[in-house]
Design a binder for this molecule. Structure first.
Ligand code: HEM
Length: 159
């Protein structure tokens, strides 16, 4: 697994301090952006409330739980910046579960774009080029590991 520089870790930790305290509202900004970028992703959430529109999804408790789950994965990564490898098994497994749920790896990149959008909106002046790059590097590590798990699961099925 790739490593982050000390400066990158400092930028990520500093910016997450406030955002991490309000996970759901920030997660909602992210997912609303995600559905703007690719409305077809709404169809992958099959809960008791059907996610036909972003508004439907946002009124589904199960969907909001998924928003929380995503934010908790980010929170775990921020808490383990010095030892991200300890999350490897978890992230491989998570990628494999998303393969089974019909989520394509390209969609993980769109979540990354939505994460940056949320950071830009929430941090305003604090959203610098260095901070953007630090978050992008961390998210790329998460997604690279999830994608490895995704591929492994896909291969297992076509064996
Ligand atoms: C387009 C992107 C994504 C879609 C469509 C998607 C969809 C889903 C679906 C359908 C499930 C199973 C039902 C559920 O638990 O709500 C799930 C589970 C989950 N997702 Fe996602 N997901 C996406 C991205 C992500 C990302 C980027 C993360 C974390 C970085 C993540 C974290 C989780 C977690 C932690 C679970 C629960 C897994 C478990 O049950 O052990 N998801 N996702």
């Amino acid at each position: 697994m790739e490593k982050l520089t000390e400066k990158e870790k400092e930028l990520i930790r500093g910016s997450w301090e406030g955002l991490g305290k309000n996970k759901v509202p920030h997660g909602i900004i992210m997912f609303s952006r995600l559905f703007e970028l690719d409305p077809a992703l709404l169809n992958l959430f099959h809960y008791s409330t059907n996610c036909a529109t972003t508004q439907d999804c946002l009124s589904s408790p199960e969907f909001l739980e998924h928003v929380t789950k995503v934010m908790l994965v980010i929170d775990a990564a921020v808490s383990h910046l010095d030892d991200l490898h300890t999350l490897e098994e978890f992230l491989l497994n998570l990628g494999s579960k998303h393969q089974a749920a019909g989520v394509h790896t390209q969609s993980f990149a769109l979540v990354g774009e939505s994460l940056l959008y949320m950071l830009q909106r929430s941090l305003a002046q604090g959203y610098t080029a260095a901070l953007r790059q630090a978050w992008l590097n961390m998210y790329t590590i998460i997604v690279a590991t999830m994608s490895r798990g995704w591929t492994k699961n896909g291969e297992r099925k076509t064996d």
